[in-house]
Design a protein around this ligand. Structure first.
Ligand code: CTP
Ligand code: CA
Length: 224
């Protein structure tokens, strides 16, 4: 691809994209969060809409303006994200999990602000596992032809970890980013490799998040 003309190859399709990062509240003023900006998910949503899809964008804590022509659902936590994704995925042709989902949440939510006590060490923080949304939708597809895409940011052994994660999650495609100094978090650019369950491996050169989004939809479209 890369021409000026946009192909409406996703016309008549409903696609679901999650974006941003979940926040897991500790008390009314604090949360456990992550550094996902949501920009890659928004690029995926914009590009899918431009290619003719009906798009449901489920966003967690991005603060980004709604893209034109996209249905936006706002969530905060991983549990809320799961609910929204499962609901939207029920009639979706493709689901792309670009959101950074907190693996753990505080075991307890303090209804009032946690206060420090004079001369006392803080109580250790207990965490519990969050549901694995990508693994769940991959295992329980709403329809047999549904295409499921995951994202993974890795710092070491990027390809080997990516392959193993693709198998573990059971999705069709996994976009693997190497996390580094200028890459990925909050930046406008991205570099990745897209691994396919059928063995395919598509390198994506360093470039705008739109370009990666185009390649993801190029790989999804023929699998629909
Ligand atoms: N994901 C998800 N639910 C979770 C955790 C992750 O749906 N509870 C999705 C993310 O949206 C992403 C993919 O799974 O598309 C990979 O996320 P990642 O954090 O790399 O995978 P984990 O299995 O959590 O592995 P790790 O221990 O490396 O964090
Ligand atoms: Ca994780």
């Amino acid at each position: 691809r890369g021409g000026a003309a946009t192909v409406a190859d996703l016309a008549g399709r409903h696609v679901v994209v999650s974006a941003g990062g979940t926040r897991e509240p500790l008390d009314p003023v604090r949360y456990l969060g992550n550094r996902s900006s949501g920009k890659q998910g928004y690029a995926l949503a914009r590009v899918a809409a431009a290619r003719g899809a009906r798009v449901t964008l489920i966003e967690a804590n991005t603060g980004l303006p709604d893209p034109a022509g996209v249905d936006v659902v706002r969530v905060g936590t991983a549990v809320q994200l799961r609910e929204a994704v499962l609901k939207a995925a029920a009639d979706a042709d493709a689901v792309v999990m670009a959101a950074a989902v907190a693996d753990f949440r505080p075991a307890e939510y303090a209804g009032g602000k946690i206060k420090k006590k004079e001369g006392q060490d803080p109580a250790p923080l207990s965490l519990v596992r969050n549901p694995d949304i990508l693994a769940e939708i991959s295992a329980d597809r709403a329809n047999p032809g549904q295409v499921v895409v995951g994202f993974a940011a890795e710092t070491d052994d990027v390809l080997a970890n990516g392959r193993e994660k693709l198998r573990r999650k059971g999705c069709d495609l996994l976009v693997v980013n190497e996390v580094g100094e200028r890459k990925t978090f909050g930046s406008e650019q991205n570099e990745a490799v897209v691994l396919a369950a059928d063995g395919g491996e598509t390198p994506v050169p360093y470039g705008p998040k739109e370009a990666l989004a185009e390649i993801v939809w190029d790989l999804v479209a023929p699998r629909l």
